[in-house]
Design a binder for this molecule. Structure first.
Ligand code: FAD
Length: 593
């Protein structure tokens, strides 16, 4: 049976020793009184909920999957509905929501920590509240007061859940070609018609109402993404007293049978003149949806972090107890027929790869979470702006680098189990299957890579990247007098220089041939991702070096050394690949493949 223990010690390390959140919260008036103890106790409770209520439903939910009962009715796996009721009763949906709408007003960062644990426990279940939180974020930013009053209290309490309806059968990555139509009604509402596919949590029995956020085109819409508007389309139209009223003509036609996340209903949603309300301005729906998508991209990073962690925990436990062969240097457990597989160098490589990726991923996602809070609530406008820019730069890294790494980690987790990992009972093959979708949805990792190099780096002449570079340089300067840090600072400087050079080269090449960016984007993201992780690992090493006696810091330091020695060298290959250009990719005529 798989196991999961919330990694509270490492979470606290990141929150308090790396991010010093208590101090950071003091500079944000809504959180000025939030102390470290309160944060720790919230996280501890969240961990108990994730481990005791949600985790036990993970394997059974995967085996049973969702059921399309007929006539638009979908049932989530056994126990999901009851667990969701407990989740709402305990107030978890409202954790970081605005108190004006019934929220508890805690920082988004704390919500991120909750989501890491929920995702370790059960990604498929977590997507139901996860999408609702995305709908909350889009509505609070773009909804009219009337829409906010009608929907937010119910979404905040968890009574109603949300979805994001972008994808259509012919339009996935390219949302500019969606066909769903919105015709104005005489009463100021819209009649929305079209088919949306792959809608996560699109239909289920967890909540009394489902609130779809739908992209559609108005009759006078310009072509492309500049002609897309955002609508709120409830399954049941709310009555004046806030109860779910008349059934809207939005209906689930079927659900998909898929590789992983079986417990989440991936739905085909038909809109047949469904009543909808415009959110924000006409034709400017993408900006509202981007709020949801950016939150969701960070959310997908949290999904993968969660899966990477639970896969690691299980493979570590197995590696300690599975006896197989003797250590190359001679027997370690002489009274046993063989040594535990954790003695073998390559098993250690697999475990340390998972550990190094998880711990850097945790630092990165929590840091970005904190900067999201700062970008909204910090007293200093300059800090708000800077945080916003760094979040924009780092979002594609969170989405693509973490999900790529976690897919590798879950795979390695399975490999540590040998043949037993391939057998369903041990539970680890599910992590590989569940982790796979994270590379695809919310913009495939290719699209994230293009976003990084084109929009986030080159579009502003490298300004955001230089902001990040300044943080790295400041850290390097601060560590200059510390000889013990040399082993980390030298490779950090080296990868920083290489990224600067590579970025300049690719910018030049792209001016002559745009295919050069398409050819280099994916390896480029891996290189920048490693620059970010080198910075984060060097910072963690600096803290760990100061406390050499404590086992936690000994492990941290050993993992930092492993990262620099064994994982960072991937950049040599990726830089060569990025430099190799587009010629060999584009030379072959499509008909000759
Ligand atoms: C389980 C699941 C849940 C989902 N949940 C939701 C949801 O809740 N709401 C929602 O709206 N959608 C959802 N999706 C849809 C998901 O976001 C899309 O599948 C994804 O954006 C990719 O679109 P596509 O499948 O049409 O692939 P395509 O866009 O057809 O892409 C196919 C391939 O071509 C590549 N490609 C496309 N364009 C380019 C380009 N310009 N440059 C380089 N490569 C390119 C892609 O990277 C990909 O590898 C979900 C999908 C799945 C499978």
């Amino acid at each position: 049976m798989p196991q999961y223990t919330p990694p509270l010690r490492d979470m606290q390390f990141v929150l308090h020793e790396m991010l010093n959140v208590e101090q950071a919260f003091k500079e944000m008036p809504p959180h000025a009184d939030l102390d470290a103890d309160t944060v720790n106790s919230v996280i501890e409770e969240a961990g108990k909920f994730a481990a005791n209520v949600i985790f036990p439903l993970n394997q059974s939910g995967d085996e049973e999957g969702c059921t399309y009962v007929g006539d638009g009715v979908v049932k989530a796996p056994k126990g999901f509905k009851e667990a969701y009721a407990q989740y709402c009763e305990a107030g978890w949906p409202s954790l970081s929501c605005d108190p004006d709408f019934g929220g508890q007003g805690l920082p988004e960062l704390v919500n991120n920590v909750l989501y890491e644990m929920l995702n370790s426990a059960n990604q498929a279940w977590t997507m139901y509240p996860g999408l609702s939180h995305g709908a909350y974020a889009a509505l609070i930013a773009r909804g009219s007061d009337e829409l906010k009053q009608a929907y937010l209290p119910k979404i905040v309490s968890g009574e109603w859940t949300g979805t994001m309806c972008l994808t259509e059968p012919h339009a996935g990555t390219d949302l500019g070609i969606i066909r769903t139509k919105a015709e104005p009604n005489a009463d100021g509402t819209y009649a929305i018609s079209g088919t949306k596919i792959f809608i996560s949590a699109g239909e289920h029995d967890l909540s009394a109402n489902i609130i779809h956020l739908v992209l559609a085109r108005l009759p006078d819409a310009p072509a492309g993404t500049k002609g897309i508007s955002l609508f709120i389309v409830p399954k049941f139209i709310p009555n004046a007293d806030g109860t779910p009223g008349e059934r809207n003509t939005v209906k689930c036609a079927s659900i998909e049978h898929k590789m992983g996340i079986h417990g989440n209903a991936t739905s085909v949603i038909n809109l047949d003149g469904a009543k909808g309300w415009l959110v924000g301005e006409p034709h400017k729906g993408m900006s509202g949806m981007f709020i949801m998508m950016n939150g969701a991209r960070l959310g997908v990073g949290m999904q993968s972090l969660g899966l990477g962690e639970v896969a690691y925990q299980n493979s570590l436990a197995y590696a300690r107890e599975r006896l197989q062969s003797r250590a190359l240097t001679g027997p370690k457990l002489k009274d046993k027929p063989a040594d535990p597989i954790i003695v073998h160098p390559d098993v250690r490589r697999m475990l340390l790869t998972q550990k190094a990726y998880n711990e850097a991923g945790r630092f990165l996602t929590y840091w970005v979470g904190l900067m999201i809070d700062q970008s909204h609530k910090h007293t200093d406008e300059k800090v708000r702006e800077e945080a916003d820019e760094l979040v924009a730069l780092l979002t594609p890294i969170v989405k693509a680098f973490i999900t790529d790494n976690a897919f590798e980690s879950t795979n390695l987790g399975m490999q540590v189990f040998g043949g037993h990992g391939f057998i369903k009972e041990t539970g680890v093959e599910q992590y590989v299957r569940d982790a796979r979708i994270n590379l695809i949805y919310e913009g495939t990792n290719t699209i994230q890579s293009l976003d990084l190099i084109s929009r986030k780096v080159l579009l502003d002449g490298g300004k955001k990247l230089m902001k990040f570079g300044k943080l790295v340089q400041d850290f390097i300067k601060a560590q200059a007098a510390n000889p013990e840090m040399k082993e980390f600072i030298e490779p950090l400087m080296d990868i920083g220089d290489k990224v600067t050079k590579l970025t300049g080269e690719l910018g030049q090449k792209a001016m002559k041939n745009p295919d050069e960016l398409g050819a280099a984007a994916v390896p480029y993201l891996r290189v920048v991702g490693h620059l970010v992780y080198s910075y984060l690992w060097a910072r963690m090493a600096a803290v760990a070096l100061a406390k050499p006696e404590d086992d936690f810091y000994k492990a941290k330091l050993a993992t930092a050394r492993f990262y620099f020695a064994k994982l960072l060298p991937e950049t040599a290959y990726q830089i060569r690949s990025a430099r190799a250009g587009s010629d060999t990719l584009m030379a072959l005529d499509a008909a000759l493949f």
